[in-house]
Design a protein around this ligand. Structure first.
Ligand SMILES: Nc1ncnc2c1ncn2[C@@H]1O[C@H](COP(=O)(O)OP(=O)(O)O)[C@@H](O)[C@H]1O
Ligand SMILES: [Mg+2]
Length: 237
């Protein structure tokens, strides 16, 4: 396996405030990696840093090429899709319009149409609701739509910010199941940041724990899940 994303000594700043203090991690091609941590630890900032949406120093390489100085738009065009915290659907547009917007950087009309059909196969509930306003969907349906919209980019890497947030446990399970399917079927490399460590560790191959802007633990997800000390000290379960 080779590295799809390699992050080295990444620091991030909001004005004078430093939010990341030199973190390093690797996403292996085709793997699922989870970045776990409490509220305020720096999870969202890490995702923002990858897409150059916050001031950073350090090195970020995607498929071996540095992307630190690229614009967010060009980073997206490389095939890096984000599902932001709070889902990021366009609430006043309908389901199908949201899916079309996900493909806005693509020119291949026929490919887009067939991908929308593919999304409806993967997410049957979205097909039923194709003309409904996104804002009127349930929380779980909106999260599925946000994932489907990101997939319309045909990404090589998918970044998700707390996909479990605000969802009932059974719905969270559905969302994570879909992420696993996408990873296996489409070979999309996934980075999922979560406060809900338990489910994220079930899905992930590799895990990192972040605390006040520093990686404090890392390893195979199964090892982290089986380590009671780490679970109790850092993950709250
Ligand atoms: N826009 C901002 N301006 C200043 N500080 C921020 C901003 N966004 C986040 N921070 C700070 O950066 C740190 C990390 O935040 P964040 O990455 O959002 O954490 P998490 O996603 O893990 O909850 C926190 O201390 C937070 O207060
Ligand atoms: Mg966050």
């Amino acid at each position: 396996m080779s590295a799809r994303l390699e992050v080295k000594d990444l620091r991030a700043y909001y004005g004078q405030v430093q939010a990341l203090h030199g973190i390093s991690f690797t996403l292996e091609e085709g793997s699922v990696t989870t970045l776990l941590g409490a509220n305020g630890a720096g999870k969202t900032t890490t995702l923002r840093a990858i897409c150059n949406m916050v001031r950073t120093t350090g090195r970020i390489e995607f498929d071996g090429k540095p992307i630190n100085t690229m614009s967010t738009e060009n980073i997206v065009k490389l095939g890096i899709a984000q599902v932001p915290q709070g889902r990021g659907t366009f609430t006043r547009m309908n389901v199908e319009e949201n899916l079309q917007l996900g493909a806005i950087t693509r020119g291949d009309k026929a490919g887009i149409a067939s991908d929308i059909e593919r999304m409806y196969e993967q997410f049957p509930v979205l097909k039923q609701r194709r003309t409904q306003q996104a804002g009127l969907l349930s929380g779980g349906e909106q999260q599925m739509l946000a994932v489907a919209r990101a997939l319309m980019l045909r990404p090589r890497m998918l970044l998700l910010d707390e996909p479990s947030f605000g969802l009932a446990p059974l719905v969270v399970r559905d969302v994570f199941k879909v992420l696993g399917e996408i990873n296996r079927r489409d070979k999309v490399t996934i980075l999922v940041v979560e406060q809900n460590a338990q489910l994220a560790l079930e899905l992930a191959d590799q895990a990192y724990v972040i605390e006040t802007g520093e990686i404090v633990k890392s390893g195979p997800a199964a090892d982290i899940a089986n380590n009671e000390d780490i679970r109790k000290s850092y993950l709250g379960y």
